[in-house]
Design a protein around this ligand. Structure first.
Ligand SMILES: [Zn+2]
Length: 130
């Protein structure tokens, strides 16, 4: 008798279990796989924008004087990363565009927040261990 009650209860609540599973999935997507496939695009701007699009590097400055790269941290933490391009200041990064894809050197290591460490090479994020 107890067994059949349990079975009935399981049958009754089964749709809710499925629903909960579904909502848990949408709430917590697995970021690592999807983000790895994203191609990083770029855009030239005179000034740092008010809004950032994820997966886009903004190259800030005038045509002959680019001074900073700005973009959303690719880990998804929502922080904005600014990379200095001026060789007279340190640390300093440089970028290159090849076949419409951006590369940035050296690697980018966040010393606070999410502590992400990665490279952007030919428009791809390459995560670095440690
Ligand atoms: Zn991050």
């Amino acid at each position: 008798m107890r067994n059949s009650v349990y079975k009935f209860w399981a049958w009754l609540t089964y749709p809710f279990v499925l629903l909960r599973k579904f909502f848990n999935k949408t709430k917590h997507p697995t970021p690592s796989i999807d983000r790895a496939r994203v191609v990083i695009t770029y855009m030239y701007l005179d000034e740092v924008p008010d809004r950032f699009m994820e997966g886009r590097v903004y190259i800030i400055g005038q045509k002959d004087h680019r001074w900073v790269l700005a973009f959303c941290c690719p880990c998804g933490c929502g922080q904005i990363i600014h990379l200095n391009l001026l060789p007279e200041a340190s640390p300093c990064w440089s970028f290159s565009i090849g076949k419409g894809r951006i590369s940035i050197t050296p690697s980018i290591r966040r010393i606070n927040g999410c502590h992400s460490h990665f490279l952007i090479k030919h428009g791809q994020i390459i995560w670095t261990k440690g």
